[in-house]
Design a protein around this ligand. Structure first.
Ligand code: ZN
Length: 270
């Protein structure tokens, strides 16, 4: 009986406030959530969770290597790293990386992260976060993840937007994986300027110093037997934002702790 009433209420809600498919705009059926069945079936999934080496992981590990060779980090301990960056890099775990779908700039699927980030569609954030979480949960690469950390927003931006989209996604992923999410280990210390018109190198410099880890808190987490940490953002473009977070976390977590990354969208072709 209760089910019938709820269904009736939902149907009435549909008439007053019709829900639309995020990507094609078509009116959704009662059973459909955020995407119509056709768009859901056509979602350009990456299947990166089934392969340790994939375009996203290769790109991210390349950025790690580059940073190591420059000697600045991980560890931010220039004195030891510059002398023998190659030696250090051998101790660095290969970071696993996975995204739920390909994010072609011209394709309608870019509207998913856009809706979550700019239109307050938190429900969609949780929905696609859970979908990502389910893919990661099915993967042996991510089976030993014991903590999820979202890329933080600067507090003024979070205050204005009311939420951090990476945190919404990360919360859903953590729930599916059955591990804690920690939002207190990383802090964004300066507001980065809008990056849309910058080249890759400028973008990297713009965010490189933007994150710090909170040593006291992360230190405790580190001592609690954390082996595999998963960083979450909404979209992976150049990897510079995630790399800046990686670097900040590495100042506290030793290289024996694997730091992997996962996002909803991956910018790149199939
Ligand atoms: Zn659709």
């Amino acid at each position: 009986m209760k089910g019938i009433v709820l269904r009736g209420l939902r149907a009435a809600g549909e008439i007053l406030l019709p829900r639309q498919c995020i990507t094609c705009g078509q009116r959704l059926l009662l059973e459909e959530k955020h995407l119509c069945l056709e768009c859901l079936a056509d979602l350009p999934q990456t299947y990166f969770w089934t392969m340790s080496h994939n375009p996203m992981a290769d790109k991210f590990n390349e950025v790690i290597q580059k940073t190591l060779e420059e000697g600045g980090s991980p560890g931010n301990d220039c004195a030891t790293n510059t002398s023998d960056a190659a030696e250090d890099s051998r101790h660095e775990h290969y970071a696993y990386a996975s995204a739920l779908f390909f994010y072609h700039s011209e394709a309608q699927y870019r509207l998913i992260p856009y809706q979550i980030k700019y239109h307050g569609n938190i429900r969609a954030g949780r929905y696609f976060g859970r979908m990502l979480g389910n893919r990661l949960a099915s993967s042996e690469l991510f089976e030993d993840v014991d903590m999820v950390v979202p890329v933080p927003l600067h507090w003024t931006r979070k205050w204005k937007r009311g939420y951090n989209q990476a945190e919404v996604i990360a919360g859903a992923v953590a729930e599916v994986l059955g591990v804690p999410m920690r939002t207190d280990l990383l802090k964004r210390r300066k507001r980065t300027v809008t990056q849309t018109k910058m080249n890759v190198e400028d973008k990297r410099k713009n965010v490189a110093e933007a994150f710090v880890s909170i040593p006291s808190l992360a230190g405790i987490a580190s001592e609690n037997g954390i082996r595999h940490l998963l960083l979450i953002d909404d979209v992976f473009t150049t990897g510079s934002t995630l790399m800046a977070c990686f670097t900040a976390l590495r100042t506290v977590f030793p290289p024996s702790v694997r730091i992997s990354v996962a996002t909803l969208g991956f910018v790149g072709g199939r």
